[in-house]
Design a protein around this ligand. Sequence first.
Ligand code: C2E
Ligand code: MG
Ligand code: MG
Ligand code: MG
Length: 286
Amino acid sequence: VKQEQVRCCHHQDYMITASKEKTRLTADLQRAISNHEFAVYYQPIIDLTNDTIAGAEALVRWHSPTRGLVSPLDFIPVAEDTGMIVDIGKQILLQACTDTKLQIDSGRWPTNFLLHVNMSVRELLHPGYISRVKEILAITQLPAANLTLEITESRLVSQPLLTNQLLGELRDLGIHIAIDDFGTGYSSLAYLTQLQFDALKIDRSFVSQMLDSENHAAIVAAIITMTAKFNADIVAEGVETAEQAAHLKQLGCRYAQGFYYSRPKPLAEWDIGNSANNALQHNTST
Ligand code: C2E
Ligand code: MG
Ligand code: MG
Ligand code: MG
């Protein structure tokens, strides 16, 4: 009994500490929004048919004056819970569209460059989200065809009908929708019959085990085949080795992303060709 009491107290201590930290994080994030402490990093998306850079995924980084560089994994969940993701997402989308328009206009990126930006379901369901997206495209003059919004399947659960309607409205604007982290949520296949999407991203967990496990390899192959039948684009996430890239090519996977090609980098470091990136040319056709 004594031991259980001790455990119970530890548990409560932990809960109090965790909730205090969440309160601090919430306050810090609120300041971060006002002070524009967020930066956008870009990770190239490679076209495997010609080994060129076809686009990039925008990934938020938080430069906190007190916490240092904070990973999105450490603050996006709290930002989603509290609704602050709406303001953060607005800053990220504006920055990403502004950057991309400038890169295209200066000829550093091709006119058909694919900019991918993550969108939380919480943002999508926020009233006025779609008019905000429209407004950002109008302000930045980035064509909608350059923009893909990535949505994580596991978080689509709550309101599938409304979600799908809103995704349809975004697609009507000419924006593409990608299903992110495919295969990690539940009811994955059922969602594909209901949701409108233009691209599907195979989760890193399948890609990373593809060469060690026949089951993972089979799933990757099946997702690639299935996505082609949906007439959607396919992106493999988390490619870390040449062997994985070669195997994905063999399976007919069109696009790939991962540390093998490049880590996410600030724009300033992007155009300086280095290491693996030297082998990759920007696709300047059309
Ligand atoms: P995600 O959208 O699935 O993004 C891919 C994540 O995998 C990124 O982590 C990226 O750095 C990482 N990654 C890419 N290639 C590799 C690889 O080869 N190996 C490994 N181990 N990892 C790789 P990051 O930047 O930490 O972002 C984590 C998640 O946070 C994202 O997952 C996304 O769900 C969320 N996130 C990031 N930026 C935003 C944003 O602006 N808005 C929203 N709503 N969510 C965001
Ligand atoms: Mg993503
Ligand atoms: Mg992903
Ligand atoms: Mg994710």
